[in-house]
Design a protein around this ligand. Structure first.
Ligand SMILES: [Zn+2]
Length: 462
């Protein structure tokens, strides 16, 4: 039975009054955060990553949070605690305060000078992920001011998300027992499915690897000894070609797609009904698809592993020049997107075993792993979130998967395996995540805050 969210009778009226008064302040805070170019990929902005956390420290202290900025071997992490009831459970709220670079020539305004135009606030980081963090903070402020129940809250804002969250696991381990064990973890760093609010229950993992093959110690003449000495590039290409079939399905023994349960199947069907395939064709600039069936497209993105060859080392790359030499040492750059059900290490071994069955001298090198994530659809916080979206956005959410990866999440699942991850989208595709003219709509700010207020309140009732 779905969770019934029962809000106090004056919740809506009071929330409207609070929003009328406070949304201008939220926008001013967001402008302040957007002005700080906290670009984690560029080392010269490391100081800005610290500055943005100092700024959120100030904002959250005003709300009563105890705060700390934790230095890591990489960029810092902010942590804040708000205990309202020593007997109440804790939840964790995760956001990131770093942003993508903003060098695209198509920006119509300066990316780090926020611009409020029509119903949008433009600026790098406005929707990814500073705006969604602030709607949640203001939802907390609302519940506190009116005196409604709210869970004890542990905020964690990192500044390396756009650069792979390389030290997030370090941070969690370093904090150790100082971290409150959360009952659930709220993340809002995802996007609506078209016009529909969305709860993401699945994210794929990622394995990066190289396949390497060496024969001898120098390049060979293709006329003098071609056909006699092995060409490592030919052999590697043949082996890599056996990792997928012509439809792009992975054919490496031991690397299979998970079997979906009935609820997951139903979620897939529901999204397939409203899926905008034309939009995906536009977004992918005319690239051909393996399938034109919406249901299969979604299943491929959410629930199937991939194997992709991205490039080679040790090969000729000068355009139009063909040198008739056989390379002696080649490497292929590979990635596999994986399911939460798959252990990247086991997949690495399966890949090596398979490639070595094609040629025993092929070596596979690990170049980084991120595990996939999955939240059980019947987890109570997911049901609270669905009810909260209905209240806040006025529509029941779609339950979706994501083909991508948020680096911090597998670390959370490692350290807090019992805590469901609840990913509530507040952003829209048209907000231009990672692109030029990134913006956050005022209507999303408004409805996002409503959703978060209902969600946090609802959590105290389960
Ligand atoms: Zn983000």
């Amino acid at each position: 039975m779905p969770f019934a969210l029962s809000l106090p009778s004056d919740f809506d009226t009071r929330l409207h009054a609070f929003q009328a008064q406070e949304i201008p302040n939220l926008i001013a805070d967001l402008e302040q955060l957007v002005r700080i170019p906290s670009i984690s990929k560029l080392p010269e902005h490391a100081g800005d990553c610290l500055k943005v956390l100092e700024c959120v420290s100030e904002l959250t202290q005003k709300l009563g949070f105890q705060t700390e900025i934790v230095k890591t071997p990489g960029l810092p992490v902010f942590i804040g605690w708000l205990e309202t009831d020593p007997n109440a459970p804790w939840i964790t709220i995760y956001n990131h305060m770093d942003v993508q670079p903003a060098e695209e020539p198509q920006w119509e305004s300066a990316p780090f000078e926020p611009l409020l135009k029509d119903d949008r606030l433009y600026g790098r980081g406005s929707t990814d992920d500073k705006g969604p963090a602030l709607t949640t903070l203001y939802a907390i402020a609302f519940l506190k001011r009116v005196g409604y129940a709210l869970p004890n809250i542990q905020l964690i804002y990192e500044t390396e998300e756009e650069n792979g969250s390389g030290h997030f696991g370090w941070f969690l381990d370093h904090m150790g027992s100082r971290l409150k064990t959360p009952r659930s973890i709220l993340v809002s760093d995802t996007i609506f499915e078209g016009e529909h609010p969305a709860l993401t229950y699945r994210l794929r993992g990622l394995l990066q690897a190289e396949a390497e093959l060496v024969s001898g110690s120098m390049d060979q003449h293709s006329g003098l000894v071609g056909g006699v000495v092995e060409n490592p590039l030919n052999i590697l290409i043949r082996a890599l070609a056996t990792c997928t079939d012509a439809q792009g399905n992975v054919t490496i023994p031991g690397v299979s797609a998970p079997v979906l349960n009935a609820e997951e199947q139903a979620a897939l069907e529901k999204t397939a009904e409203v899926f905008d395939i034309q939009r995906l064709h536009q977004d992918t600039a005319g690239a051909r698809f393996y399938s034109e069936d919406p249901r299969e497209i979604i299943e491929r993105i959410w629930c199937r592993p991939t194997f992709e060859v991205h490039g080679f080392e040790g090969i000729q790359t000068t355009p139009k020049v063909i040198k008739s030499a056989l390379p002696y040492h080649v490497k292929a750059k590979l990635t596999l997107r994986l399911m939460a059900e798959q252990d990247p290490n086991q997949v690495l071994q399966a890949l090596e075993k398979h490639l070595q069955s094609c040629h025993p001298a092929i070596q596979v090198n690990d170049r980084g792993q991120l595990r996939g994530c999955k939240t059980a659809l019947d987890a109570l916080p997911m049901q609270v979130a669905a009810a909260a979206c209905k209240f806040g956005f006025g529509k029941a959410p779609l339950i979706v998967g994501s083909g991508g990866t948020i680096g911090a999440l597998p670390q959370f699942q490692r350290v807090f395996p019992q805590a469901p991850l609840v990913l509530i989208a507040q952003s829209l595709m048209s907000d231009h995540y990672h692109g030029p003219n990134e913006n956050f709509r005022l209507s999303q700010i408004h409805d996002g805050m409503r959703t978060m207020a209902a969600y946090l309140y609802g959590l105290t009732k389960v």
